[in-house]
Design a binder for this molecule. Structure first.
Ligand code: ZN
Ligand code: ZN
Length: 128
């Protein structure tokens, strides 16, 4: 099992070993919500178990998705498409060793104007 939490610990969760590939999204919504770039991976919703969720709140960020965050410390934690049986978990929330590797940048055409995406070996996709 892997574990993760928000910064203050009001939200803590676990999921089975397995996810390895992380996607970094550079769209404006993800930059706003995360403070820079939203890097996440997905697991089946049924695989996500909460040991603490007292601080968990959800924000409907678009007609098609909602974002989970800690209402005490503000950590961005989850992204879920409506009606999907999977949930995206913030890579930065996972405790080390994560076993994760960033393999893909998406919405690079929408990236912020204040940085460059370095040649880190990960694929770069204009939109999605
Ligand atoms: Zn917190
Ligand atoms: Zn995005």
């Amino acid at each position: 099992m892997k574990t993760g939490s928000c910064l203050c610990g009001s939200v803590a969760f676990s999921f089975p070993d397995g996810p390895e590939k992380v996607t970094a999204c550079h769209c404006s919504q993800c930059r706003k919500t995360s403070g820079h770039v939203w890097a996440a991976f997905h697991v089946p919703l049924a695989d996500l178990t909460f040991s603490r969720d007292g601080g968990l709140s959800w924000f409907e960020s678009s007609d098609w998705a909602k974002r989970g965050f800690c209402n005490t410390c503000g950590s961005s934690l989850f992204y879920q498409m409506k009606g999907e049986a999977t949930i995206n978990i913030a890579a930065g929330a996972v405790d080390e060793p994560t076993g994760l590797t960033l393999t893909r940048h998406i919405f690079v055409a929408d990236k912020g104007d204040y940085y460059s995406i370095g040649a880190d070996g990960a694929d770069q996709i204009e939109k999605y």
